[in-house]
Design a protein around this ligand. Structure first.
Ligand SMILES: [Fe+2]
Ligand SMILES: [Fe+2]
Length: 194
């Protein structure tokens, strides 16, 4: 049966957008506790994203781009990113080099993302057209495993620290939905027939 999952390229673009949004929250004058939340959220998201690409996306694409150096440099760039993340985690926000090191990580990631979005993703959409949805389903399944291994409570806390207003809006919508479901059925019927 064909998969109705979003395509793997859509998911990759959504991950990139999420990390860029976290980057844009970071300013030199941001409080130290928010800087830590933003960096932890961005770094965990990047680690999971890179692992998903390496396990699922790059292998599927390697046949279509065999020998192409634009794909060959992707894994070394991920390795460089992991090194930078390890160095950042060994520092604290009060460290004088903290901002500069995070800005460097941002530059490298933006460059990598630009290459993926202008070369690898369009190539995948042409070469893997019939598999994009099935690969997307595999990515979702694997993502759930990796998130479960990465302290989901810390991810939730850092998401709140990075995007407080958006998190409150999501929680409010959730509370409204729960309140609606908990309301007596008779009240819902009266409202519907009014
Ligand atoms: Fe990548
Ligand atoms: Fe990517």
């Amino acid at each position: 049966m064909p998969s109705c999952s979003p395509s793997i390229t859509t998911m990759i673009r959504m991950d990139h957008t999420h990390v860029m949004a976290a980057f844009h929250r970071y300013h030199a004058e941001t409080s130290w506790w928010r800087k830590r939340a933003i960096i932890e959220l961005a770094c965990t998201a990047l680690e999971i994203h890179a692992q998903l690409e390496e396990e699922i996306f790059y292998p599927a694409l390697s046949e279509a781009m065999a020998g192409d150096e634009r794909l060959a440099k992707s894994k070394p760039e991920h390795d460089q990113m992991r090194e930078d993340i390890a160095k950042l985690r060994a520092m604290g926000p009060q460290d004088a080099a903290y901002d500069a090191r995070f800005m460097q990580l941002m530059r490298e990631v933006m460059h990598h993302v630009a290459d993926e979005e202008t070369v690898l993703l369009p190539t995948a959409e042409r070469a893997l057209a019939s598999q994009l949805s099935e690969l997307g389903a595999r990515m979702t399944k694997r993502r759930m495993q990796l998130v479960a291994q990465s302290r989901p409570s810390a991810i939730a806390a850092n998401t709140f620290g990075t995007f407080p207003l958006a998190s409150l809006a999501v929680m409010s919508l959730g509370a409204l939905a729960i309140a609606h479901c908990l309301r007596p059925a008779s009240a819902r019927r009266i409202r519907r027939s009014a």
